[in-house]
Design a protein around this ligand. Structure first.
Ligand code: ATP
Ligand code: MG
Length: 296
Protein backbone atom coordinates (compact mmCIF):
# COMPACT_ATOMS: atom_id res chain seq x y z
CA UNK A 1 0.00 0.00 0.00
CA UNK A 2 1.17 3.52 -0.66
CA UNK A 3 1.91 6.01 2.07
CA UNK A 4 -1.79 6.84 2.11
CA UNK A 5 -4.50 4.30 2.87
CA UNK A 6 -7.19 6.69 1.62
CA UNK A 7 -6.82 9.40 -1.03
CA UNK A 8 -9.80 11.56 -1.94
CA UNK A 9 -9.67 14.38 -4.46
CA UNK A 10 -12.48 16.58 -5.75
CA UNK A 11 -15.19 14.22 -4.50
CA UNK A 12 -18.76 15.28 -5.27
CA UNK A 13 -22.02 13.52 -4.57
CA UNK A 14 -25.50 14.82 -5.26
CA UNK A 15 -28.83 13.16 -4.48
CA UNK A 16 -31.43 14.77 -6.74
CA UNK A 17 -30.92 18.48 -6.25
CA UNK A 18 -29.20 18.09 -2.91
CA UNK A 19 -25.41 18.30 -3.11
CA UNK A 20 -24.21 16.35 -0.09
CA UNK A 21 -20.46 16.34 -0.79
CA UNK A 22 -19.35 19.45 -2.63
CA UNK A 23 -15.68 18.97 -3.44
CA UNK A 24 -13.99 16.95 -0.70
CA UNK A 25 -10.21 16.47 -0.58
CA UNK A 26 -8.27 14.60 2.09
CA UNK A 27 -5.69 11.87 2.60
CA UNK A 28 -5.35 9.37 5.42
CA UNK A 29 -1.79 8.20 6.17
CA UNK A 30 -1.55 4.39 6.39
CA UNK A 31 -1.62 3.01 9.91
CA UNK A 32 -3.39 5.97 11.50
CA UNK A 33 -6.81 6.62 13.01
CA UNK A 34 -8.76 9.32 11.16
CA UNK A 35 -12.00 10.72 12.56
CA UNK A 36 -14.66 12.52 10.55
CA UNK A 37 -16.77 14.78 12.72
CA UNK A 38 -19.88 16.50 11.52
CA UNK A 39 -23.44 17.37 12.45
CA UNK A 40 -26.42 15.20 11.45
CA UNK A 41 -26.85 15.11 7.70
CA UNK A 42 -23.34 16.41 6.98
CA UNK A 43 -22.64 13.48 4.67
CA UNK A 44 -20.50 11.24 6.89
CA UNK A 45 -22.36 8.03 6.11
CA UNK A 46 -22.49 8.92 2.40
CA UNK A 47 -18.72 9.37 2.48
CA UNK A 48 -18.17 6.00 4.21
CA UNK A 49 -20.46 4.36 1.67
CA UNK A 50 -18.44 5.85 -1.19
CA UNK A 51 -15.13 4.81 0.40
CA UNK A 52 -16.41 1.26 0.85
CA UNK A 53 -17.81 1.02 -2.74
CA UNK A 54 -21.47 0.82 -1.68
CA UNK A 55 -22.31 4.15 -3.36
CA UNK A 56 -20.64 5.52 -6.50
CA UNK A 57 -19.13 9.02 -6.48
CA UNK A 58 -20.46 11.54 -9.07
CA UNK A 59 -17.10 13.22 -9.54
CA UNK A 60 -13.58 13.03 -8.21
CA UNK A 61 -10.94 10.44 -7.53
CA UNK A 62 -11.25 8.10 -4.55
CA UNK A 63 -8.59 5.50 -3.77
CA UNK A 64 -8.64 3.08 -0.85
CA UNK A 65 -5.67 0.82 -0.07
CA UNK A 66 -4.21 2.03 -3.35
CA UNK A 67 -7.21 0.97 -5.45
CA UNK A 68 -9.79 3.08 -7.25
CA UNK A 69 -13.29 2.62 -5.74
CA UNK A 70 -14.93 2.72 -9.17
CA UNK A 71 -12.59 0.85 -11.50
CA UNK A 72 -11.04 -1.51 -8.92
CA UNK A 73 -14.05 -2.14 -6.73
CA UNK A 74 -13.23 -5.78 -5.99
CA UNK A 75 -9.71 -4.99 -4.84
CA UNK A 76 -11.08 -2.30 -2.54
CA UNK A 77 -13.63 -4.74 -1.11
CA UNK A 78 -10.92 -7.29 -0.35
CA UNK A 79 -8.93 -4.65 1.53
CA UNK A 80 -11.60 -3.30 3.88
CA UNK A 81 -13.99 -4.18 6.64
CA UNK A 82 -16.96 -2.10 7.62
CA UNK A 83 -19.16 -1.99 10.72
CA UNK A 84 -22.43 -3.57 9.87
CA UNK A 85 -20.96 -5.26 6.83
CA UNK A 86 -22.18 -8.58 8.22
CA UNK A 87 -25.13 -7.00 9.98
CA UNK A 88 -27.24 -9.97 8.99
CA UNK A 89 -25.91 -12.03 11.88
CA UNK A 90 -27.30 -15.50 11.80
CA UNK A 91 -30.03 -15.50 14.45
CA UNK A 92 -30.04 -19.26 14.83
CA UNK A 93 -26.32 -19.40 15.56
CA UNK A 94 -24.66 -18.34 18.80
CA UNK A 95 -22.27 -15.38 19.07
CA UNK A 96 -19.35 -17.80 19.17
CA UNK A 97 -20.50 -19.62 16.06
CA UNK A 98 -21.09 -16.37 14.17
CA UNK A 99 -17.64 -15.05 15.00
CA UNK A 100 -15.84 -18.28 14.14
CA UNK A 101 -17.72 -18.60 10.87
CA UNK A 102 -16.78 -15.07 9.76
CA UNK A 103 -13.17 -15.64 10.79
CA UNK A 104 -13.02 -18.78 8.62
CA UNK A 105 -14.77 -17.05 5.70
CA UNK A 106 -12.14 -14.33 5.89
CA UNK A 107 -9.28 -16.80 5.70
CA UNK A 108 -8.21 -17.35 9.32
CA UNK A 109 -7.27 -20.91 10.33
CA UNK A 110 -9.59 -22.69 12.78
CA UNK A 111 -7.19 -22.05 15.65
CA UNK A 112 -6.71 -18.37 14.75
CA UNK A 113 -10.41 -17.91 14.40
CA UNK A 114 -11.10 -19.54 17.80
CA UNK A 115 -8.49 -17.35 19.49
CA UNK A 116 -9.83 -14.18 17.87
CA UNK A 117 -13.39 -15.18 18.84
CA UNK A 118 -12.40 -15.59 22.50
CA UNK A 119 -10.66 -12.21 22.53
CA UNK A 120 -13.61 -10.43 20.93
CA UNK A 121 -16.19 -12.09 23.19
CA UNK A 122 -14.19 -10.98 26.22
CA UNK A 123 -13.66 -7.45 24.89
CA UNK A 124 -17.33 -6.89 24.17
CA UNK A 125 -18.54 -8.53 27.36
CA UNK A 126 -20.34 -11.29 25.49
CA UNK A 127 -18.70 -14.29 27.18
CA UNK A 128 -21.68 -15.17 29.32
CA UNK A 129 -24.05 -15.30 26.38
CA UNK A 130 -21.52 -16.65 23.87
CA UNK A 131 -23.30 -19.98 23.55
CA UNK A 132 -26.86 -18.63 23.47
CA UNK A 133 -28.64 -18.12 20.18
CA UNK A 134 -28.48 -14.56 18.89
CA UNK A 135 -32.26 -14.32 18.63
CA UNK A 136 -32.43 -14.17 22.44
CA UNK A 137 -30.12 -11.10 22.66
CA UNK A 138 -31.00 -7.54 23.73
CA UNK A 139 -30.47 -4.61 21.33
CA UNK A 140 -27.20 -3.61 22.99
CA UNK A 141 -25.88 -7.17 22.88
CA UNK A 142 -26.62 -7.40 19.15
CA UNK A 143 -24.88 -4.09 18.52
CA UNK A 144 -21.79 -5.34 20.35
CA UNK A 145 -21.83 -8.59 18.41
CA UNK A 146 -22.19 -6.62 15.18
CA UNK A 147 -19.03 -4.69 15.99
CA UNK A 148 -17.19 -7.83 17.10
CA UNK A 149 -18.08 -9.47 13.78
CA UNK A 150 -16.74 -6.55 11.76
CA UNK A 151 -13.47 -7.00 13.66
CA UNK A 152 -13.34 -10.81 13.33
CA UNK A 153 -11.06 -10.64 10.32
CA UNK A 154 -8.41 -8.00 10.12
CA UNK A 155 -8.12 -6.18 6.83
CA UNK A 156 -5.76 -3.26 6.11
CA UNK A 157 -8.48 -0.59 6.24
CA UNK A 158 -11.37 -0.54 8.70
CA UNK A 159 -14.41 1.75 8.41
CA UNK A 160 -16.52 2.41 11.47
CA UNK A 161 -19.63 4.55 11.09
CA UNK A 162 -20.50 5.94 14.54
CA UNK A 163 -19.24 2.75 16.16
CA UNK A 164 -20.04 3.63 19.74
CA UNK A 165 -23.48 5.16 19.32
CA UNK A 166 -25.82 3.19 21.56
CA UNK A 167 -23.06 1.51 23.55
CA UNK A 168 -22.70 1.83 27.31
CA UNK A 169 -19.51 3.33 28.76
CA UNK A 170 -17.80 -0.01 29.37
CA UNK A 171 -18.38 -1.27 25.84
CA UNK A 172 -17.34 2.10 24.43
CA UNK A 173 -14.02 1.96 26.23
CA UNK A 174 -13.54 -1.66 25.17
CA UNK A 175 -14.02 -0.63 21.56
CA UNK A 176 -11.55 2.24 21.95
CA UNK A 177 -8.99 -0.28 23.24
CA UNK A 178 -9.58 -2.55 20.28
CA UNK A 179 -9.26 0.34 17.83
CA UNK A 180 -5.92 1.33 19.33
CA UNK A 181 -4.74 -2.31 19.27
CA UNK A 182 -5.66 -2.59 15.60
CA UNK A 183 -3.73 0.59 14.92
CA UNK A 184 -0.71 -0.97 16.65
CA UNK A 185 -0.99 -3.82 14.14
CA UNK A 186 -0.70 -1.29 11.31
CA UNK A 187 -4.38 -1.16 10.36
CA UNK A 188 -5.82 2.15 9.15
CA UNK A 189 -9.07 3.13 10.83
CA UNK A 190 -11.50 5.67 9.41
CA UNK A 191 -14.36 6.46 11.75
CA UNK A 192 -17.22 8.88 12.03
CA UNK A 193 -18.45 9.96 15.39
CA UNK A 194 -20.70 12.42 17.10
CA UNK A 195 -18.64 12.16 20.28
CA UNK A 196 -15.95 14.78 20.29
CA UNK A 197 -14.25 13.10 23.20
CA UNK A 198 -13.94 9.99 21.06
CA UNK A 199 -12.16 11.83 18.24
CA UNK A 200 -9.97 13.52 20.82
CA UNK A 201 -9.00 10.19 22.45
CA UNK A 202 -8.49 8.08 19.35
CA UNK A 203 -7.71 10.04 16.26
CA UNK A 204 -4.33 11.05 14.91
CA UNK A 205 -6.13 13.41 12.58
CA UNK A 206 -9.62 14.87 12.72
CA UNK A 207 -11.60 16.41 9.87
CA UNK A 208 -14.69 18.50 10.49
CA UNK A 209 -17.30 18.30 7.74
CA UNK A 210 -20.16 20.78 7.34
CA UNK A 211 -22.26 21.99 4.42
CA UNK A 212 -20.60 19.58 2.00
CA UNK A 213 -17.07 20.79 2.73
CA UNK A 214 -14.27 19.89 5.06
CA UNK A 215 -14.05 23.05 7.13
CA UNK A 216 -11.01 22.09 9.18
CA UNK A 217 -8.44 19.31 9.49
CA UNK A 218 -5.77 18.75 12.09
CA UNK A 219 -4.83 17.00 15.29
CA UNK A 220 -7.10 17.56 18.27
CA UNK A 221 -4.53 19.98 19.67
CA UNK A 222 -4.26 21.90 16.39
CA UNK A 223 -8.01 22.26 16.09
CA UNK A 224 -8.27 23.50 19.64
CA UNK A 225 -5.43 25.95 19.03
CA UNK A 226 -7.17 27.28 15.91
CA UNK A 227 -10.18 28.27 17.91
CA UNK A 228 -7.59 30.06 19.93
CA UNK A 229 -7.34 31.56 23.35
CA UNK A 230 -8.85 30.17 26.49
CA UNK A 231 -12.26 29.54 27.93
CA UNK A 232 -13.35 30.95 31.28
CA UNK A 233 -15.66 28.65 33.22
CA UNK A 234 -17.83 29.88 35.99
CA UNK A 235 -19.13 27.42 38.58
CA UNK A 236 -21.38 27.88 41.60
CA UNK A 237 -20.55 26.77 45.15
CA UNK A 238 -21.94 23.30 44.30
CA UNK A 239 -19.41 23.11 41.45
CA UNK A 240 -22.14 23.22 38.80
CA UNK A 241 -21.22 24.98 35.56
CA UNK A 242 -23.05 28.30 35.24
CA UNK A 243 -21.42 29.85 32.24
CA UNK A 244 -18.63 29.42 29.68
CA UNK A 245 -17.05 32.54 28.20
CA UNK A 246 -14.41 32.57 25.46
CA UNK A 247 -11.48 34.91 25.96
CA UNK A 248 -8.19 35.64 24.23
CA UNK A 249 -6.47 34.59 27.45
CA UNK A 250 -4.64 37.93 27.82
CA UNK A 251 -4.63 39.49 31.29
CA UNK A 252 -6.54 42.54 30.06
CA UNK A 253 -9.26 40.45 28.39
CA UNK A 254 -9.64 38.12 31.39
CA UNK A 255 -9.79 41.14 33.74
CA UNK A 256 -12.39 42.90 31.59
CA UNK A 257 -14.53 39.73 31.40
CA UNK A 258 -14.38 39.18 35.16
CA UNK A 259 -15.22 42.84 35.85
CA UNK A 260 -18.28 42.60 33.61
CA UNK A 261 -19.34 39.41 35.36
CA UNK A 262 -18.78 40.49 38.94
CA UNK A 263 -21.84 42.74 38.86
CA UNK A 264 -24.02 39.87 37.62
CA UNK A 265 -22.95 36.77 39.55
CA UNK A 266 -22.60 35.76 43.16
CA UNK A 267 -19.18 36.48 44.64
CA UNK A 268 -19.14 32.81 45.74
CA UNK A 269 -18.85 31.73 42.11
CA UNK A 270 -15.63 29.97 41.18
CA UNK A 271 -13.60 30.78 38.12
CA UNK A 272 -11.33 28.51 36.13
CA UNK A 273 -9.58 29.03 32.83
CA UNK A 274 -9.00 26.18 30.42
CA UNK A 275 -8.05 25.43 26.81
CA UNK A 276 -11.06 25.02 24.50
CA UNK A 277 -12.53 21.48 24.44
CA UNK A 278 -13.46 19.60 21.28
CA UNK A 279 -17.05 20.71 21.91
CA UNK A 280 -16.02 24.36 21.74
CA UNK A 281 -14.07 23.62 18.55
CA UNK A 282 -16.94 21.77 16.96
CA UNK A 283 -19.41 24.55 17.67
CA UNK A 284 -17.05 27.24 16.47
CA UNK A 285 -16.38 25.41 13.20
CA UNK A 286 -19.89 24.34 12.33
CA UNK A 287 -22.09 27.26 13.30
CA UNK A 288 -23.01 29.77 10.62
CA UNK A 289 -22.30 32.74 12.84
CA UNK A 290 -18.63 31.89 12.95
CA UNK A 291 -18.25 30.85 9.34
CA UNK A 292 -16.22 33.94 8.49
CA UNK A 293 -13.88 33.21 11.34
CA UNK A 294 -13.86 29.55 10.47
CA UNK A 295 -11.51 30.06 7.57
CA UNK A 296 -9.41 29.19 10.58
N1 ATP B 1 -29.85 7.52 -0.99
C1 ATP B 1 -30.14 8.79 -0.72
N2 ATP B 1 -31.05 9.47 -1.43
C2 ATP B 1 -31.35 10.75 -1.16
N3 ATP B 1 -30.76 11.48 -0.20
C3 ATP B 1 -29.84 10.87 0.56
C4 ATP B 1 -29.47 9.50 0.34
N4 ATP B 1 -28.51 9.18 1.24
C5 ATP B 1 -28.29 10.29 1.99
N5 ATP B 1 -29.08 11.31 1.58
C6 ATP B 1 -29.09 12.66 2.12
O1 ATP B 1 -27.75 13.12 2.19
C7 ATP B 1 -27.54 13.90 3.36
C8 ATP B 1 -26.36 13.34 4.14
O2 ATP B 1 -26.74 12.11 4.71
P1 ATP B 1 -25.74 11.20 5.54
O3 ATP B 1 -26.49 10.02 6.01
O4 ATP B 1 -24.52 10.96 4.73
O5 ATP B 1 -25.38 12.18 6.75
P2 ATP B 1 -24.60 11.85 8.12
O6 ATP B 1 -23.54 12.88 8.26
O7 ATP B 1 -24.18 10.44 8.14
O8 ATP B 1 -25.70 12.13 9.21
P3 ATP B 1 -25.94 11.43 10.67
O9 ATP B 1 -25.01 12.14 11.62
O10 ATP B 1 -27.35 11.75 10.96
O11 ATP B 1 -25.66 9.97 10.54
C9 ATP B 1 -28.85 13.90 4.11
O12 ATP B 1 -29.52 15.09 3.84
C10 ATP B 1 -29.59 12.71 3.55
O13 ATP B 1 -30.96 12.93 3.59
MG1 MG C 1 -24.56 8.83 9.40
Amino acid sequence: MSKFAIEVEGLRKTFGKHTVLDGIDFTVPAGTVYAMLGPNGAGKTTLIHILSTLVAPDEGSVRVAGYDVVTEKHDVKRSISLTGQFAAVDEVLTASENLRMIGRLCGLTAAQSRARTDTLLAHFDLKEVADKRVKTYSGGMRRRLDLAISLAATRPVLFLDEPTTGLDTISRRALWDIILQLKEQGITIFLTTQYLEEADQLADLIAVIADGHIVATGTAEELKARVGGEVIELRNAQDELIQTIPTTGSISDVRRTLNELSSKVSQEARVSIRKPSMDDVFLALTTKKLEGAAVL
